[in-house]
Design a protein around this ligand. Structure first.
Ligand code: ADE
Ligand code: ZN
Length: 412
């Protein structure tokens, strides 16, 4: 997918219009752990349904515990939280809730990670996990045209033999997942540990991705490429410590699925202003923006875009377009589907660029504040369903059961 970007005059899209455009532009999300989209409200609902005890008094107390020192402190809570997931219906409900949020963020393509070992260790059959998730994906496509597929992740703190056993258990549902990934505690668990099982997965025709260079060193990004033959690197932000690696990633156009809010919450960067995503883009890398574990890190994919752009004034409409386009280019989909998504992206930006530079109806100074307030409102209100648009721009269209939203970020 090397078609050059169309001649869109990005300079005609002022920064105050970006919140609306970021919210409404078509997107792909390529790095989302479905277990990390488990909102506290659902935790308590499923706990009651399944008779599982939750060691927190309520939703607020649980949310208050989302204060992490590093990746491991997050993972401890994340694995404990997953204990409420027991039945196929639970997995359907979990994925459905994520897909509703993704559709509201105008995600056209979602590639969703799941961690079967987290559940099989508790006696949940792998078929219940995969079928529940798969049915939600299928229904999202039928109802909204949202194209979603699953990627099975191996937990790297466990052994390669355990990964092989998981693969064997999952193979009866081979047609329900498109690839495999590698996640969990990175330090001390290099990609090499999983060389044989990834080779087997490649023989099976599965796509291959791996978390690397999140907390672990740049050397893990190299071995994910060289040993696992990873087609994309999840996170990868520490590649900047190795300039030769950066040159290679750019030359080979290896996508990095970067997750800004995650990196700040897990203290990879001290704050959003310190995030190196702009430097990665500047280095010519195929960077994409994703949510990782949205329930735990303070937001879904639009929230990641908004917070990132708010903290980096140099990121403009051209950067927004590039990031969204990279997401589609890096997706595991055939060229015809990618071209269709990119055409919709082009239309959104061309529409925004055609509109007058100033608009009496827009809310220039307040736009970021309003957009971010909207983020907070959505995160804290389970009944959220309005179609309020950050700067009341754009033609309207419906989203899943939620009234209307803007699709092109332009002024009417
Ligand atoms: N599993 C869920 N989120 C993860 C992350 N950010 N890094 C590694 N493993 C994960
Ligand atoms: Zn991740």
């Amino acid at each position: 997918m090397n078609t050059p970007p169309p001649a869109i005059d990005f300079a005609r899209i002022p920064r105050e219009r970006l919140p609306a455009l970021l919210r409404t532009m078509p997107k792909a999300e390529l790095h989302i752990h479905v277990e990390g989209s488990l909102e506290p409200e659902m935790t308590f609902r499923l706990a009651a349904r399944n008779g599982v005890a939750v060691p927190y008094a309520g939703v607020e107390q649980l949310r208050a515990a989302y204060d992490f020192a590093d990746l491991q402190s997050f993972l401890d809570l994340y694995y404990a939280g997953a204990a409420v997931l027991r039945t196929e219906q639970d997995f359907f409900d979990l994925a459905w809730a994520y897909l509703e949020r993704a559709a509201a963020d105008n995600v056209l393509r979602a590639e969703i990670f799941f961690d079967p070992q987290t559940h099989t260790a508790r006696g949940v059959p792998v078929g219940a996990v995969i079928q529940g998730l798969h049915h939600a994906c299928r229904r999202a496509h039928q109802e909204w045209g949202l194209d979603a597929d699953l990627i099975l992740c191996f937990l790297r703190h466990l052994s390669e033999d355990e990964a092989f056993a998981t693969l064997e258990q999952a193979l009866p549902w081979r047609h329900h997942f498109i690839g495999v990934g590698l996640d969990s505690s990175e330090r001390g668990h290099p990609p090499e540990k999983f060389a044989r099982v990834f080779a087997r997965c490649r023989e099976l025709g599965l796509h291959v991705v791996a978390h690397a260079g999140e907390e672990g060193p740049a050397a893990y990004v190299r071995s994910a490429l060289d040993v696992l033959k990873a087609e994309r690197i999840d996170h990868g932000v520490r590649c900047l410590e190795d300039p030769t690696l950066v040159t290679r990633l750019a030359a080979e156009r290896v996508p990095l699925t970067v997750c800004p809010l995650s990196n700040v919450k897990l203290r990879v960067f001290q704050d959003m202003a310190a995030h190196t995503l702009p430097a990665l883009l500047q280095a010519g890398l195929c960077v994409t923006v994703n949510s990782d574990d949205p329930s735990y890190f303070g937001g879904y994919v639009v929230d990641n875009f908004l917070k990132l752009f708010e903290a980096h004034p140099a990121l403009d409409a051209a950067a927004a377009y590039r990031l969204a386009r990279n997401g589609f280019e890096a997706a595991f989909a055939d060229e015809a589907r990618k071209a269709g998504w990119i055409a919709r992206l082009d239309e959104a930006f061309a529409g925004a660029a055609r509109r007058p530079l100033t608009c009496s109806r827009s809310l220039p100074r307040a736009a970021w504040t309003l957009a971010l307030n909207e983020t907070t409102m959505r995160s804290s209100s389970p009944s959220y369903g309005s179609a309020w648009c950050a700067s009341h721009e754009g033609k309207t269209t419906s989203w899943p059961g939620r009234g209307a939203t803007s699709t092109d970020g332009g002024c009417r």
